[in-house]
Design a protein around this ligand. Structure first.
Ligand SMILES: [Zn+2]
Length: 195
């Protein structure tokens, strides 16, 4: 019974996702890389929120954002995973340079509850994107997972807070994720010309 309900849920989720992707493809004509980036992150937010409502309630254990999102699509029984290899899923600049999805993923293995209550940082544009002036990302919040769109200083603050939470053990970022958080924090700080 529960399994059937879950399967029904997954089918609906997959349908909703397919509709979203079609809408995104129709609507993704903005020439502004930041607007495109924010659209892509908003789409990832919807997928991850659906995923976190399933029984696993834990973000995928993965080293990078593309791998994590692929695991999410697999769990949601979506047939559209190849879309993750396109610009429509990526931060546009790293994608143009090396076909990278761009977003740095910090959420590996974090429980939904921790993400929400500790406002854990899940993913963020790399420091070199949008000239370091802007960043899009996802972090925990009252709605479970919120879209972050901020300037360089706000992104630095977000990263610094995440590093502190990781170092204090408030959020169980993996060793690799904590390393990536410190690295992104330091590169943003250097861009902003701070010590
Ligand atoms: Zn971006």
């Amino acid at each position: 019974m529960i399994k059937n309900i879950l399967l029904g849920f997954f089918a609906l989720a997959a349908l909703a996702l397919a509709a979203l992707i079609v809408l995104d493809r129709l609507g993704d004509r903005s020439t502004d890389p930041l607007v495109r980036c924010a659209n892509h992150v908003a789409q990832h937010r919807l997928m991850l929120r659906l995923f976190l409502e399933t029984e696993s309630a834990k973000l995928p254990e993965a080293l990078d954002a593309r791998e994590a999102l692929r695991a999410v699509l697999k769990e949601l029984k979506s047939e559209t995973a190849s879309w993750l290899d396109t610009e429509l899923a990526a931060c546009p600049e790293p994608y143009a340079r090396r076909r990278s999805i761009g977003y740095v993923y910090f959420g590996s293995g974090l429980a939904a509850e921790v993400v929400r209550e500790k406002k854990a940082l899940v993913l963020l544009c790399p420091a070199e994107s949008h000239e370091g002036r802007w960043a899009c990302g996802l972090a925990g919040g009252e709605g479970g997972l919120e879209l972050f769109l901020g300037d360089g200083a706000q992104a630095l603050e977000l990263l610094s807070r995440a590093v502190r939470a990781g170092e204090r053990g408030e959020v169980a970022y993996t060793k690799d994720a904590l390393h990536a958080l410190r690295d992104e924090r330091d590169r943003r700080r250097a861009r902003l010309g701070r010590e």
